[in-house]
Design a binder for this molecule. Structure first.
Ligand code: ADP
Ligand code: TRP
Length: 324
């Protein structure tokens, strides 16, 4: 059985880019036989940037609601909040005492963030140590991450090897990173990569009217209705083809190329396709968001299981390090 773990940032409601690029592939992986998946919401890490308590709570709930609504089965996989497993902060301390300061100070993500943020805390600096603890606590084989996280995975592998060597035992499993080269880049409403930072995202969980307004705000060229259009350079078509069947995509392509088909019609088709594709997901999401106790119940059941695993590993680590 291959054990797979990844952390999910809790920085707001997941958008269509997050869903197609990260959440749906992770759920497919979780539904593959021979895998055991641990997916957690990195709410402790979020404290490095988000200080407002209510925002954090709302973000965690909307992320959990989205994963559950998109089909993550909590009976088969574990979905949990990092902060509900306090064992991770104890392990983080131990690992920090083996992570060379000089190495941490070379972290690209720290350099990028500290150049751009006013709030440069010790927590931001030791972010990769907590991330190593997230992983090493569960004897994980594979960690799917984006390219920006590869260096953090290298730190994790190094510290695991260093401690195994120091204590002459295979205390930690040395994990492999996995990045998917083929992962699609979902365009935003302005044609750049869809991202929260560019505020160009489509939130599929919006009420219908607002979703329609968002789709209508997708940037298009000024080619008149009657003229032929190039589907491949159109932001509406690029989103449409990510969700449509091959037949519907061909029909839409022909509409563009034949002329007499306006962007208004294409936007209406995209809007309807989103509603159609995510009808059940939207209903389930609303149900969860309006019933936070239910979200907590689902997460808590997973967290109980995860805490037991964490306790077992931590007992091994304490023993090896001479904490009895
Ligand atoms: P954002 O850029 O909105 O802040 P994150 O950096 O939090 O998004 O990304 C969370 C996950 O979603 C990552 O795995 C990332 O690769 C994926 N992702 C984000 N935006 C896109 C996109 N436009 N297309 C495909 N995948 C994306
Ligand atoms: N740092 C990751 C990110 O920004 C989130 C994360 C925290 C993570 N802990 C992790 C990812 C452990 C993989 C494994 O996306």
């Amino acid at each position: 059985m291959k054990r797979i773990l990844t952390g999910i940032q809790s920085t707001g409601i997941p958008h269509l880019g997050n869903i197609l690029g990260a959440i749906e592939p992770a759920i497919r992986l979780a539904n593959t036989s021979g895998t055991e998946c641990l997916y957690f919401i990195a709410d402790l890490h979020s404290l490095t940037t988000i200080k407002d308590a209510e925002t954090r709570l709302a973000n965690v709930r909307s992320v959990a609601a989205a994963w559950l609504a998109l089909g993550l089965d909590p009976e088969k996989s574990l979905l949990y909040r990092q902060s509900k497993i306090p064992q991770v902060t104890e392990l983080s301390w131990y690992l920090g005492c083996f992570m060379p300061f000089s190495r941490l100070s070379l972290a690209h993500s720290f350099k990028d963030k500290s150049d751009n943020l006013g709030d440069v805390s010790a927590g931001l600096f030791t972010y990769p140590v907590l991330m190593a603890a997230d992983i090493l606590l569960y004897d994980v084989n594979t960690v799917p991450v984006g390219k920006d996280q590869l260096q953090h995975l290298e730190f994790t592998r190094d510290v695991a090897r260093r401690i195994n060597h120091e204590y002459q035992q295979e205390l930690f499993v040395v994990p492999e990173a996995s990045t998917d080269e083929r992962v699609m880049v979902v365009p935003g409403i302005d044609g750049r990569k869809m991202s929260k930072s560019y505020n160009n995202f489509v939130d599929i969980f919006l009420p219908e009217k607002k979703l329609k307004k968002k789709i209508n705000s997708i940037v298009t060229s000024s080619t008149p209705v009657e003229e032929p259009k190039d589907p491949d350079t159109c932001n509406v078509f690029r989103l449409y083809e990510l969700l449509a069947t091959p037949e519907a995509t061909e029909t839409m392509k022909a509409n563009y190329r034949n002329g007499g088909y306006g962007y208004g019609a294409a936007k209406k088709a995209l809007f309807e396709l989103i509603l159609d594709t995510y009808a059940d997901t939207r209903t389930t999401y609303d149900r969860y968001v309006n019933d936070p106790a239910e979200i907590d119940r689902v997460l808590e059941k997973c967290e109980q299981n995860v805490r037991e695993r964490a306790d077992r590993k931590l007992a091994e680590v304490r023993k090896a390090l001479g904490f009895g």
